[in-house]
Design a binder for this molecule. Structure first.
Ligand code: F6P
Length: 368
């Protein structure tokens, strides 16, 4: 395996963690820039770190990345279970958790990989930081619909998820108003409320509930009851999957064995519908958007962001930068050390300007 300052002739490319719209746009930008501008070989690593661990890799040609700019998902496949530092190996009929980083280094060296571009969120960047310690040079590209990656003001995939969620909320609006109901729409985002805040504001939701501002049931109910007293016979609530009652806990839908973050959130909308209906006697319905938010073609914004991220990642590697994450700050691209972002997330400041604007136009956050 090359040491970090050896010149780069072959790069590996992988997508890790949950998929999101725009992954293929980055794969295309990286591969085409690498071939076109720098005459490099590009090796696809399949299914995130799994491909590196199991040595499933193949050279990518220009044609392989043609016509994928607008496609959702990832042609490389992904996994949010494989962590090279904690990988389950079957020994004598039972799973033993092992550090398989040396195996990754050997596999990468055998196919001639000099550096890897890892497109992913915090789990992928933490895994990459672990492999950097073993001598594999990395450049990270920030992906996630959750927009919660530390160090960057935006990740690609987020905008598309917000557009999808807003479209769903607009549709729910008409049925809520026809039936005079309280409709509660749950969006993803893990421990951060970025999707809920943006889609909630964009759709004119009456309440927005996010993990960063724990709610009280009485405040939520007051808000919908006040609306009905003022002749508004329906309410729309956008709730982040990580939202929780003051003093309460987040709603967990399942636990995934061997995942770097085994907790999967989900179900808070159902609980809210039950609680609000019981307390107010207003008819409630819940909608959980789920993985719809991760699917479909990327928005124009995400296509351009993903293309600029992918191009910049290669340019930075070729300029000698190593073990960093491409970020956008105040609209400008730059990089930050991977070690700085690993194991951290970016949540919303409760005094964020968009929260202030939403409150100013009458949106309730369940804390008044
Ligand atoms: O991180 C992206 C995300 O979609 C989160 O918003 C959500 O909590 C989680 O992944 C769902 O994970 P899975 O695809 O394993 O159900």
């Amino acid at each position: 395996m090359a040491k970090s300052r050896k010149s780069i002739k072959t790069i590996g490319i992988m997508t890790g963690g949950g998929d999101c719209p725009g992954l293929n746009a980055v794969v295309r930008a990286v591969t085409k820039t690498a071939i076109n501008e720098h005459h490099l070989s590009v090796v696809a690593i399949y299914d995130g770190f799994l491909g590196l661990i199991e040595k499933r890799m193949q050279t990518l040609q220009w044609e392989d990345v043609s016509n994928i700019l607008t496609q959702g998902g990832t042609i490389l496949g992904t996994s949010n279970k494989a962590n090279p530092m904690k990988y389950p190996v079957r020994i004598q009929g039972r799973d033993v958790i092992m550090d398989v980083r040396d195996q990754c280094v050997q596999n990468a060296a055998e196919v001639g990989i000099d550096a890897i571009i890892a497109i992913g969120g915090d789990g992928t960047m933490s895994g990459a930081a672990g492999l950097v310690e073993k001598g594999i040079p990395f450049m990270g590209v920030p992906k996630t619909i959750d927009n919660d990656l530390w160090g960057t003001e935006v990740t690609f995939g987020f905008n598309t998820a917000v557009v999808t969620a807003t479209d769903a909320l607009d549709k729910v609006h008409t049925t809520a108003s026809s039936h005079h109901r309280v409709m509660i729409v749950e969006v993803m985002g893990r421990y951060a409320g970025w999707i809920a805040l943006h889609a909630g504001v964009a759709s004119g939701s009456d309440l927005i509930l996010i993990p960063e501002i724990p709610y009280t049931l009485s405040s939520v109910c007051d808000c919908v009851v006040k609306r009905s007293r003022h002749g508004k016979r329906f309410s729309i609530i956008t709730v982040a999957e990580g939202a929780k009652e003051k003093g309460g806990k987040m709603t967990v839908s399942r636990r995934i064995k061997n995942s770097p973050d085994p907790i999967r959130l989900g179900g808070i909308a159902n609980k809210l519908a039950f609680d609000i209906e019981k307390k107010t006697k207003l008819e409630c319905r819940s909608v959980i958007l789920g993985h719809v938010q991760r699917g479909g073609p990327p928005s124009a914004f995400d296509r351009t962001l993903a293309t600029s991220f992918g191009y910049y990642a290669i340019e930075q590697l070729m300029a000698g930068k190593r073990n960093r994450l491409v970020v956008r700050k105040r609209g400008e691209l730059s990089t930050v050390p991977l070690s700085e972002v690993a194991n951290k997330i970016r949540t919303i400041d409760p005094n964020h300007s968009l929260i202030q604007a939403a409150r100013a136009v009458g949106t309730c956050f369940g804390d008044e």
